[in-house]
Design a protein around this ligand. Structure first.
Ligand code: ADP
Ligand code: MG
Length: 881
């Protein structure tokens, strides 16, 4: 059978741009190693599980201008001096191994100054295995029972992997066994005691959920990058101790998937942790020898240990590997122990060594530059070219940064004072590295075959063996490596040399014939055994067939039963689907209706809002109007109340006066009557009347009114309206009498100035009074004698008194009121047309005296606030002399 030569599609072809999808930052961890001597000065402290603090050593301050700065650096996790290898492995490397088994790539490197513990971390020390042996142990713990036989997977020299059929693999295995070249044992009992305690990993940690229907094979390779050259540490070369030849360097190549690989690099298939570590140890030894023999600075090279895991699914029977190229996955985990990151001058390198150191630094510098550019590109979206090609180290791992995979870095630091400056550099670089992101690897697609194939096949085999045992047939005791035929093949006598160098050689051919005959016999034996086996197998197969037939019948019955159920369920499903469709249609309609209603609702809400706004406006308008109207009503009410009160008071007074006049008349009448009765009635002369003090009956005191009312009446005196057509004499007399003292007091033309105060208003309201135009009012009387005998006319000037700015007072005349008075000596009395009682006067002329004394003439100018003018015939003293 021909082997299916399948190229592993490791990763999709990479384009220039990094692949889309989720990305993870480079995981950077920090490990602080313990001081070699406890007395040493320490300049690094672990602050917490993710922060370290570095401070300059004591002497450092003196040299650097007294500058003293403590710097803190944060990493994904910081491991202190007491942290064990296992703890570190669990956090840092375990996820990488898990990824490897799931077909994803990973890169783990240790970075730091020489002596900071890089090798200790990666490889470990005797009795304390590092990450590398632990990774190997975990891999084999996980895939152990599912490993493919040796040579089933075959790596080609172009970074691809082939899968071979069993026969080809078997032949290759035989060839390998026949070669005299020392091979790794793969046997646990033969572990080299040199490293036995390094791989004695007790914790059997393994990956959960390993795909058991896959077969796996592990390949390891170990290269060294020294002086920007790649050397294969596993290459079998004869080493000339006397005149050592420089080792041949290897070339870097890019495969069809743009992945980098070392061309012609030895890749050893390993089947156990011990075997894998043995291979590594061999490489490590070679590295050490090269260092000593070629006078190289140790720890000046980068060691790259690569673990490749090939996996392919089992076929449908669960028996052999599926011979399909698309189904093979090759994942890789690279463990890199970088060279010391210190500067050249520190190691005092000379000549050749300086060049080496320079190159080493150059490659680390390139790594730094690449990381920086990557970070910049990712952070700012720039598209600068990353100089991967500037060094072999970066060129080899460019796919990890450009493509996908998990990248982790362990920064190793030695807290001793001498390393302070170098450690600072290391920390800075490491912190920056964390900002670089790498595309997360995607899960590989499933093969599409039924899971559980391996166990079904195993169960079948066991069953078969049991059956054969019962029948007494040969038990298939074939083990992986030790089948009967294999043993036979191994025991074939080796062919002697077939070269006939001498014509007389009569030994070679007979020897060959002998060996061939022997082989022929063995072959016959094998053929017989094979025929026997075939027979047994055929019988077993037939039996199995019949067994299967009966089982099939049973299964068929069950199947038809199930089919019936399925048909019923299908019908039900159809019915439900129809129902769903109807409901969906209904839902659609309802949704549409709901949308329409929503629209309506929105419109109506808008309308409502606008209307409510309008209403609010109207309400506020109304309120304003109401307030205004209320104000007006209140004003008008007060005005009218005052007016009414004034009129009532005036009417009261008038009525009282009338009453009083009538009383007076009655009294006089009575006196006349009594006089005429007692003596001859004599008409009293006016002269006498004048001489005699007038015996006036005292008018009744004004009706007691409340304070406010009185004030109202006072006000009325000055705020008389034209409508006030009649007013009693008594009121005028009273008013006049009230004013008289002030007349006397002021004398002359200046008249009393009284502050007119509105009822209920305090004197503090001066300002507001003035504002309203209710100012000091005064009456200025300017008497003018026109006719001494008959008519006296008084002019009262009325005006407002203002307070001037200078503090004085100013009078502004507003109107003139004329008071007319008829001379008492006049023969005729001019009665005012507005006389209150003209009919009485006209009718009763005989009461002239009384009239003379009491009659009233009211004259009033339009707009006068003083009230009706008055004449008092009996009081000439009002006139000025
Ligand atoms: P590097 O590889 O960085 O040059 P090494 O790993 O060779 O440094 O370490 C130098 C020495 O320090 C070794 O002897 C190693 O055993 C010791 N060492 C380093 N790290 C630790 C640690 N974490 N615990 C104990 N010893 C350590
Ligand atoms: Mg080292």
């Amino acid at each position: 059978m021909k082997a299916a030569r399948a190229k592993t599609p490791r990763r999709p072809a990479l384009k220039k741009a990094s692949p889309p999808g989720p990305k993870d930052p480079v995981g950077v961890y920090c490990r602080v190693r313990p001081l070699s001597c406890p007395d040493q000065e320490c300049c690094i402290e672990v602050i917490n599980e993710s922060t370290v603090q570095i401070h300059p050593p004591d002497g450092y301050r003196i040299f650097r201008n007294g500058e003293y700065r403590e710097t803190q650096y944060s990493f994904k996790e910081v491991f202190g001096t007491l942290v064990a290898q296992k703890e570190l492995f669990d956090v840092v490397a375990k996820p990488l191994v898990e990824d490897l088994i799931r077909g994803k790539n990973g890169l783990l490197f240790t970075y730091g100054v020489t002596g900071s513990g890089k090798t200790h971390t990666m490889t470990g020390s005797p009795g304390d295995g590092g990450l590398l042996p632990r990774c190997l142990a975990m891999i084999f713990n996980s895939i152990g029972p599912f490993q493919a036989k040796r040579f089933v997977f075959k790596l080609d020299d172009k970074n691809g992997v082939d899968v071979q059929c069993e026969v080809d693999a078997l032949l290759e295995r035989q060839k390998r066994d026949a070669t005299p070249v020392p091979k790794t044992s793969g046997n646990r009992r033969q572990v080299d005691p040199e490293f036995a305690d390094m791989i004695n990993v007790q914790d059997h940690c393994k990956v959960e959920e390993v795909d058991e229907d896959n077969v796996y094979s592990v390949f390891v390779s170990y290269i060294e990058i020294y002086n920007n050259y790649i050397y294969d540490l596993l290459e079998e070369t004869s080493f000339d101790l006397i005149k050592p030849k420089p080792p041949q360097s290897k070339m870097l190549r890019e495969d069809q998937n743009h992945n980098m690989y070392v061309m012609g690099c030895t890749e050893v298939e390993v089947k156990s942790t011990e075997e894998a570590f043995e291979v590594f140890w061999k490489g490590q030894k070679k590295r050490r020898i090269a260092n000593t023999q070629l006078n190289r600075e140790s720890s000046r090279s980068h060691g790259v240990f690569m673990i490749k895991l090939a996996q392919a699914p089992l076929d449908a029977d669960g028996d052999n590997v599926l011979q399909e190229r698309e189904q093979i996955t090759l994942s890789q985990l690279s463990l890199v122990d970088l060279a010391g990151s210190e500067r050249t001058n520190r190691t005092k390198a000379e000549g050749n060594r300086l060049r080496e150191a320079g190159n080493i630094n150059q490659s680390l510098m390139t790594l730094r530059t690449c990381i920086e550019v990557l970070r910049e590109n990712q952070k700012y979206g720039t598209n600068k070219m990353v100089p991967y090609r500037d060094s072999k180290l970066t060129h080899l791992f460019k796919n990890y940064f450009d493509g996908e995979g998990k990248v982790r870095m362990i920064v190793c630091v030695n807290p001793k004072a001498e390393d302070y400056e170098e450690s600072l550099q290391v920390m800075r670089f490491a912190e920056m590295t964390q900002e670089v992101e790498v595309a997360r690897p995607v899960d590989r697609p499933l093969c599409g075959l039924t899971p559980g194939r391996r166990f079904r096949n195993q169960a079948f085999r066991e069953e078969l063996a049991r059956k054969l045992e019962i029948r007494g047939g040969p038990i298939n005791e074939e083990t992986e490596e030790q089948s009967a035929s294999e043993i036979l093949l191994q025991n074939f006598p080796p062919l002697p040399s077939c070269e006939l160098l001498d014509i007389n050689d009569d030994q070679t051919l007979p020897k060959l014939i002998e060996v061939l005959e022997e082989r022929h016999k063995l072959r016959q034996k094998l053929s017989e055994e094979f025929a026997r086996n075939v027979l047994t197998f055929r019988t077993a197969l037939r039996e199995l067939d019949s067994n299967i037939m009966s089982k099939e019948n049973y299964v068929q019955g069950k199947l038809s039963e199930k089919e019936k159920i399925i048909t019923g369920q299908k019908a039900e499903l159809e019915h439900l689907e129809k129902k769903i469709k109807t409901l969906e249609y209904k839902v659609e309609i309802l949704e549409k209706t709901a949308t329409i209603y929503e629209e309506d609702k929105r419109h109506l809400q808008q309308e409502l809002e606008s209307k409510s706004q309008k209403l609010q406006r109207q309400v506020s308008d109304k309120r304003r109007l109401e307030a205004r109207l209320q104000g007006m009503v209140a004003e008008t009410t007060t005005k009218w109340e005052k007016e009414c009160e004034r009129r009532v008071a005036a009417k009261q007074l008038e009525m009282q006066n009338k009453l009083w006049v009538k009383d007076e008349k009655l009294k006089q009448l009575k006196a006349i009557v009594t006089e005429s009765k007692s003596e001859k009635p004599e008409r009293p002369s006016r002269e006498r009347d004048r001489e005699k003090p007038i015996q006036r009956s005292v008018s009744p005191p004004p009706v007691p009114v409340p304070n406010s009312q009185r004030l109202v009446s006072n006000q009325q005196v000055h705020r008389r309206s034209n409508s006030c057509s009649s007013i009693s004499v008594a009121s005028c007399v009273m008013e006049w009498e009230q004013k008289t003292p002030s007349h006397k007091h002021t004398g002359g033309n200046s008249k009393t100035r009284t502050r007119q105060q509105e009822p209920g208003q305090s004197r503090d309201c001066n300002t507001s009074d003035r504002r309203r135009g209710m100012c000091w009012t005064g009456i200025t009387e300017v008497p003018k004698r026109r006719d001494e005998l008959e008519i006296e006319e008084d002019q009262c000037c009325r005006g407002d008194v203002f307070k001037t700015r200078g503090g004085g007072q100013a009078v502004q005349f507003t109107e003139i009121e004329t008071l007319k008075q008829e001379s008492p000596t006049g023969r005729k009395r001019r009665s005012s047309p507005s006389n209150a009682d003209p009919p009485e006067d006209a009718a009763d002329s005989e009461w002239t005296d009384v009239e003379t004394r009491c009659s009233v003439a009211v004259e009033m100018r339009a707009g006068s606030t003083l009230g009706p003018g008055y004449q008092h015939h009996a009081q000439p003293k009002r006139r000025k002399p």
